[in-house]
Design a binder for this molecule. Sequence first.
Ligand code: UD1
Length: 418
Amino acid sequence: MQKLIIDGGKPLKGDIDIQTAKNAVLPIIAACILTEDTVVIKNCPHLNDISAMTDIIHHLGCKGEFNGADLEICCKDVALNAINSDLTGKLRSSIFILGPLLSRLRRAYISHPGGCEIGLRPIDLHISGLKGLGVKIDDNRGVICCDGSEMSSATVSLDFASVGATENIMMAAATLEGETVIVNAAREPEIVDLANFINAMGGDIKGAGGSVIKITGVKKLHGCEYKPMPDRICAGTVLTALISSGGEVRLNNVVPEHIFGITEKLKKMGMDLAFTDRALTARFEGRPRAIHKLETNVYPAFPTDMQPQFCAALSVATGSSVVVENLFENRFGFTAELQKMGAAITVKDRVAVIRGVRSLSGATVRALDLRGGAALVVAALGAKGRSVIYGVNHIDRGYEKIESMLSALGAAVRRESE
Ligand code: UD1
């Protein structure tokens, strides 16, 4: 079992290159099934979720290996192996495999992806979207059996702008003859990145980033080298760590407009920010100002994946904040751990009220999920004394060597195995 040991109170200083976005890479790995050729995903982060997705690629008889920083995938031969719950239980994104498998083989068998700590996370929108393309779907004792022998392009309207459902339909339609239209598509930057990737393979997707996406099916896709977008949540996490610790950092490899929903809130909390083309410099001293009401919502609004880290930063604000979680019904589990560090947070349903305290104290805590774990790291960096964080495997799902990243900025963070 691994743990992070953090001695709080060290200001952050220095430059950091933000890792490639996990949430962009995961659907891109699945989309590699769309071509028989080799795809090179440049500068792919080494993360637990990426390994879990690559395991699924291997299970389907395809190749997927790191070559230095790049992940090389070749799906020349794809076997119609059922993807069982040992594989799908490890990550929700396993559901992304459905669209590309249907495109390639017209069939797919996959166990339900596990629910997770932050909510039920149903897959009804994925299913109804694929049914809209003519896929026949049977749910047989937890295994989703898909028959796409009569698939055809269509207009599919989503009841909610789900990121994953939009991506799955885009991938399923990439090689379907005719034009598929997704109405009420999600607009997250990762959707644009997936469209850019499929287009780099010879696909024809227009309108990604807007609410209506048009996919004209092409006969065949080819291999390519692709560099996915930077991780906007990782950038946001470093910025909340700066609120906690104080100091000055320069973040390289960021797309400023991807993180405006985050940086607007950080400015309200008192952070100085200066943007250049693909970088930003941030400075923060003292205690943050509270935010009257912080509400998560779909892009370009404030992202749910930053909610826990902001709760941690706001727990030492000069006033009270109200945080409303609109996306996931169970995303405040980490607050019980923050309370062990002295945070004054009360939670009712989807609303947290945070009364800012002067400082937090180091404690032994446990990460229960990825971003909740990141919130504990943010809190520990600013806390008085030593914190020990267990459940590091959750944090490793989304942050590549978090201890090295933060140590390089002057934080006192180390990893130990028990
Ligand atoms: C993606 C991100 C995740 C982020 C989330 C919201 C990846 C790999 N993950 O997840 O980090 O937190 O977007 O920005 O990109 N829903 C349904 N039925 C469905 C699908 C979704 O009810 O079939 C609900 C979910 O339970 C949730 C909401 O819709 O309440 C948003 O989910 P969705 O946009 O699909 O998120 P993910 O693609 O799972």
